[in-house]
Ligand binder design. Structure first.
Ligand SMILES: [Fe+2]
Ligand SMILES: [Fe+2]
Ligand SMILES: [Fe+2]
Length: 382
């Protein structure tokens, strides 16, 4: 279709993330059915989180409208125009779903696409698609997964480096749940404190960077934890706690699938381990836990102690330090790091509060935007 290579890379990235909002709008079971009402909700959610990341901002409208019918191309929210790529993702989405249905073959897929053409899809996109099917056997490539080889090659070439990674990661805590302020803010606070602790230590810059990123990723697996547990208005039952503990396992699964370095995965997933081996999920101990693992672990605990939770108020300085010292006496966490926290308590706390306030404002704005767009979409009946 004449897109530049850069644009194609951009489209691939955004396509991979196009349903990111479905994690929290509980529509996953509906994603394979197109004609359901409210598919727009996950599109709005996805748009908002991607729009918050510098690197995806430009393409976020394509996600907002990826379920939009071509025949309604003139119906859009003021100020939020529909990019062509929205229809492209919509078409690709549909082809992918057709290909995953057992009773579909190439002919049925083409027939169906032709039937839907012009009303749902942009005709030039379907023309290009039909050529690909006819001349390059696209459907077979999808059904037998050979397309993955080509895709992976392409993804390999658009891998991002550590410096850029931070810009990508901004949206991750939000993908866990931007309606659940505490969960999102917690992730950012842990990363902020981990960075602060690193500043007080003589570690090389690259390692500090990795620790900060590991902290950003530390509770990623919570995307897999049911909302009623994440936001329970009270203490978790033993059974619920066991489910909650699985987030560390899910984080590892997700990150391994994403193919990032083992060092980063360990940093992200070892924060509930304890030096004496009594932590979870692996029961690692002592030397098996790197300095970075230990920094993220204490940052996580420090934040949990100083944050307000539904079932508790923030602990006072004396209470929080008392708990940290007793944890280090029990050989759960690193005593040198407890010393750093003890010596810099006020500075760290101030930093968290500041971070909290600015982040809360961002989240509030996101919820407002979400409600505004949802309302406008209802008014426009899209
Ligand atoms: Fe979707
Ligand atoms: Fe955690
Ligand atoms: Fe955490």
């Amino acid at each position: 279709m004449g897109y530049s290579n850069d644009k194609i890379d951009q489209i691939i990235r955004i396509s991979i993330l196009h349903d990111i909002g479905a994690y929290k709008t509980e529509e996953i079971k509906n994603l394979k059915k197109f004609e359901v009402s409210n598919t727009g909700r996950h599109s709005i959610y996805g748009y908002i989180i991607l729009n918050s990341s510098k690197l995806f901002k430009d393409m976020s409208e394509a996600v907002l409208y990826h379920h939009h019918s071509y025949k309604d191309k003139d119906k859009f929210i003021k100020g939020l125009e529909i990019p062509q790529e929205a229809f492209l993702i919509g078409l690709a989405d549909r082809v992918s779903i057709f290909c995953s249905l057992l009773n579909y073959n190439e002919k049925r897929i083409i027939d169906n696409l032709q039937r839907l053409n012009k009303s749902l899809f942009e005709p030039s996109h379907t023309d290009a698609l039909f050529k690909l099917i006819e001349k390059e056997g696209l459907i077979n490539d999808i059904v037998d997964s050979t397309y993955k080889l080509e895709l992976n090659k392409r993804l390999e070439s658009i891998k991002i480096n550590l410096d850029k990674a931070k810009e990508y990661l901004v949206f991750l805590p939000l993908s866990i749940d931007f309606f659940s302020f505490e969960t999102s803010i917690h992730t950012v606070s842990v990363s902020t404190i981990a960075k602060k602790i690193c500043e007080k230590m003589s570690l090389n810059e690259q390692y500090k960077n990795k620790i900060e990123i590991g902290a950003y990723l530390h509770d990623l697996g919570k995307v897999c934890i049911p909302k009623y547990i994440l936001e329970k208005d009270g203490k978790l039952t033993e059974n619920e706690f066991e489910i909650m503990k699985q987030h560390a396992v899910y984080s590892r699964d997700i990150l391994e699938e994403a193919g990032i370095s083992k060092e980063l995965i360990d940093l992200a997933c070892n924060h509930h381990e304890r030096l004496d081996g009594s932590g979870y999920p692996r029961g690692l101990k002592g030397e098996e836990l790197s300095i970075g693992d230990r920094v993220i672990s204490i940052s996580d605990i420090f934040c949990a102690l100083t944050e307000k939770r539904i079932y508790k108020n923030p602990f006072s300085k004396d209470e929080a330090l008392g708990i940290l010292h007793s944890m280090s006496n029990s050989n759960y966490i690193d005593k040198n790091l407890v010393k750093i926290v003890d010596n810099n308590y006020e500075e760290f706390l101030e930093c968290i509060i500041e971070n909290r306030n600015s982040y809360k404002k961002i989240l509030n704005d996101m919820v407002k935007t979400y409600n505004y767009i949802a309302n406008e979409m209802d008014l426009l009946c899209i």
